[in-house]
Write a protein that binds this ligand. Sequence first.
Ligand code: UD1
Length: 383
Amino acid sequence: MAPAGPVLCVVGARPNYMKMAPLLRAFKACRSMPPAVLIHTGQHYDFDLNDRLFIGLDLPAPDINLEVGSGSHAIQTAEVMKRVEPVIDQSKPSCVVVVGDVNSTLACSLVAAKKNIPVVHVEAGLRSFDRSMPEEINRVLTDQLANVLYTTERGAEANLVREGISKDRIQFVGNLMIDSLHAALPRAVPALELFGRVGIDAAWASAQPGYAAVTLHRPSNVDDPRTLADIVAIFGEVGQRMPVIWPVHPRTRANIEKFGLSRVLQQHRVVCLPPQGYLEMVSLMRSAALVLTDSGGVQEETTALGVPCLTMRTNTERPITVDQGTNTLVGIDRCLILAAVDDVIRGGGKRGRIPEYWDGGAAPRIASHMAQWLVTSSEASVH
Ligand code: UD1
């Protein structure tokens, strides 16, 4: 028997969109899947963090926008919970699909689980083992609430089993970020064209040894004035070795201004841009000599692109990018960072290989497993 209600798919913040876009396409292509309804919580709302990404990823406009906006973690999470509850009550979904580890992921999982609506978590089992990271708390709790857990790397299963989650709820399917990346690569403009559009001197950026692309938004890196000042100084030193191109997250930009670091940045060979669309970001990463980041998704994308990545954190929930990919954890250690930059200049930097199932086929794997699971679980609920 086919399941009755729709599949409610939740997005809230930038890194969710790359995961949901290929999944919605695969759901649509799978004839035995119920219709999908896309809910946007409104956690991210700026054009640069939001609408631009929807366009680049070919994500359909959300069916429902909860418009929660910014706030403390408690307020944001509570607001999503309050606003998603009537949506779940009215639509009586077969299940709620959440991706990643943002506040919206946890909030919607919690509401659904308490109403006995099955929760499907995509990108389950990643662990940094660092509870000072809000995303780690979201990951652990969402996984506890989920009925079906799709993983991106094999090591995630061991993390989940250690937390008491039974193996038969876990499916290793690969990485949706790479599905989006594969779909974007043919459409991403050459970096030279992008430089023209954003006013960067192409000769400067593309001269040997190439440029470093930067992304940075973690509270641990950008919320403390001393830490952010140290990081800006390190970027200045990297800039003496190669051009630095930095699309700046709104949170980071606000703090740069608040801490009086804008003038310091202007003295360096660091070009700051507004947050870029997905296709622009792919083109910037693909042609970079190296990437400096504290983002989770960028660690995966650079591994898939074969571009050396220096992650400005002391841990990662995506260890496969270090073990098999091009990623190196450097924290905000000036010596480590400059040594890694010099290594890129001398020899091209760390090489890696593509992890298992990071092949662009994660979304169809999830859709075909889910279609089967929905039928089985709706039959079980009838008997
Ligand atoms: C969130 C996610 C993080 C993800 C990141 C990607 C959580 C806990 N964090 O962090 O995992 O890597 O998104 O960007 O869910 N702001 C704007 N415009 C917006 C949204 C936010 O200016 O559209 C500013 C606001 O000042 C806000 C701050 O950025 O207070 C932080 O936004 P928030 O969504 O709380 O967290 P992010 O740092 O973006």
